[in-house]
Design a binder for this molecule. Structure first.
Ligand SMILES: [Zn+2]
Length: 485
């Protein structure tokens, strides 16, 4: 029997993107959820007595989205690093201020991030939790995730120590074994391979293997991890199908071959790669190698937990590169390779595949019922609904997420999160901000948020075609030659 908060639910009359193997789209169809599973998909379904009815007409019903790489603890600093480069991010968190975070600060960030994801229709998130400098921090991270009715994978990491150090800690291993036995959270190990030829990270991979945990790693990050990292992992036999390569944005063809041949997947964070400098968002390359792709949003210190944005920017970046590569050859692209349907697949099935969760990522009978309804009747953007994949990727946005189910439980209804104590979350996050600002002092806090402009930042380049203002002798000379005087 279903508990009161887990009674059957039917979403009636929406355009259903099943995301099954054939990517079947059903216009005006129902999705029935019973006991946490998809019980039926079809038209005019009979439903058990007491089923909650959701009017999905005019909307799109799709599987819950999956973010495979997100530093949730950093959400307590939402937007702080909007103008950072990756170097500034590294300096701030890794070298200078990451240690300032207490367990309650990790808890606050995770709590906010977890609700934020659900609100946007992201039903599963990998918490790439690399601020776990003590096991108390890890307990706080896990407790926050378990306090929110979403699906989470805790990817355990610690940027304050070498991966060979913290993975060897019996307390860390004990935590991981205990949380694995509880079975409430997915678990991974999260660490990077610097390319040091002595390969000190080998010991961490061995711990992962011993504990039976997948590894997620920032790979192909300009200035940080490289082809040498991939080669070390490959030579030692640590590239496996469950390995997730985050970014993979500055790798050569040989590395992509190694990832493809060993069955791993790439987590692309397009907004991050475009802005922080890991390398060009790599889908235009990895799709040629048949490497599975999932999407991610990385961190709210720059961006938000919004996979609509991930889909949109990934389509744009892929197509942009395809056009530019053609232009270099003097050619014109007349048909693009990457379609809206592909990025919707990556945001759903792609994530499920990366996490080895065959029960997620599609709406088929027997699958776990993580379901999203996109519907906003008050919005002029909600119609006409002609191309449902195009609608999801380019027209819809997080505010259009009407209903969200996780494991059959309604966690967002009629546009409102269920059970979200916003005042408590806000208060926890405000305490964290106050703590951080107090610990580093106001001028350091302000300087961190407002990085200095580059030396030449104020220069306006001389332009010989300018009529009204001439800034240099060269420009005057150029004007002279232009007008023959
Ligand atoms: Zn990251």
């Amino acid at each position: 029997m279903s508990s009161p908060d887990n009674r059957p639910v039917v979403l009636r009359g929406g355009t259903v993107l099943t995301m099954d193997d054939a990517h079947t789209v059903l216009p005006r169809a129902d999705v029935l959820v019973v006991d946490g599973k998809v019980a039926a998909v079809g038209t005019d379904l009979d439903v058990p007595a007491g089923t909650e009815e959701v009017d999905a007409t005019g909307g799109v019903v799709m599987p819950g989205m999956i973010d495979t790489h997100r530093h949730m603890w950093q959400t307590a600093m939402r937007g702080y690093g909007a103008d950072w480069t990756l170097t500034q991010y590294f300096v701030w968190y890794y070298l200078e201020h990451g240690k300032t975070f207490r367990p309650e600060d990790v808890h606050a960030g995770n709590l906010l991030s977890a609700w934020e994801g659900l609100e946007a229709g992201v039903t599963t998130t990998v918490d790439w939790s690399h601020g776990l400098q003590t096991v108390d921090h890890a307990e706080a991270a896990a407790d926050a995730l378990l306090a929110v009715p979403g699906r989470f994978v805790l990817a355990y990491g610690n940027i304050q120590a070498g991966p060979w150090e913290w993975t060897a800690d019996p307390a860390v291993q004990g935590f991981l074994r205990r949380r694995a036995d509880e079975g409430k959270l997915g678990l991974q190990l999260a660490f990077d391979v610097t390319g040091d030829p002595s390969f000190p990270e080998k010991a961490a991979f061995e711990v992962a293997r011993e504990l039976g945990l997948p590894v997620t790693t920032h790979a192909g990050v300009w200035g940080a991890t490289s082809d040498a990292s991939i080669q070390l992992m490959h030579d030692a036999g640590f590239m496996t199908p469950e390995t997730v390569y985050v970014h993979a944005a500055s790798l050569d063809t040989d590395s992509y071959h190694r990832i493809a041949a060993t069955g791993g997947s790439v987590s692309v964070s397009t907004e991050s790669e475009q802005s922080a400098g890991q390398g060009y968002p790599p889908t235009w390359q990895v799709r040629k190698h048949g490497i599975p792709v999932s999407l991610s949003m990385d961190t709210s210190v720059w961006w938000s937990a919004d996979l609509f944005s991930a889909m949109r920017t990934t389509l744009g970046a892929d197509r942009s590169r395809e056009h530019l590569e053609a232009h270099v050859e003097g050619n014109t692209v007349t048909q693009v390779h990457l379609r809206a349907e592909h990025v919707v697949d990556w945001a759903t099935r792609g994530g499920a595949k990366a996490l080895g969760r065959d029960d997620l990522g599609s709406l088929e009978v027997g699958k776990t019922a993580d379901v999203v309804l996109i519907k906003n009747d008050a919005s002029p953007v909600s119609f006409p609904l002609l191309n449902p994949y195009g609608h999801v990727a380019f027209q819809a946005q997080r505010g259009d997420v009407h209903t969200v189910l996780v494991g059959g439980r309604v966690v967002k209804r009629e546009g409102e999160l269920v059970g979200y104590d916003g005042a408590a979350v806000r208060s926890a996050v405000e305490s964290t901000v106050e703590h951080l600002r107090g610990a580093m002092g106001d001028s350091t806090w302000q300087a961190g948020m407002n990085p200095a402009m580059p030396e030449d930042g104020d220069d306006v380049l001389d332009n010989p075609y300018t009529y009204t203002e001439f800034k240099s002798d060269e420009t005057r000379e150029a004007r002279g030659s232009l007008f023959g005087s």
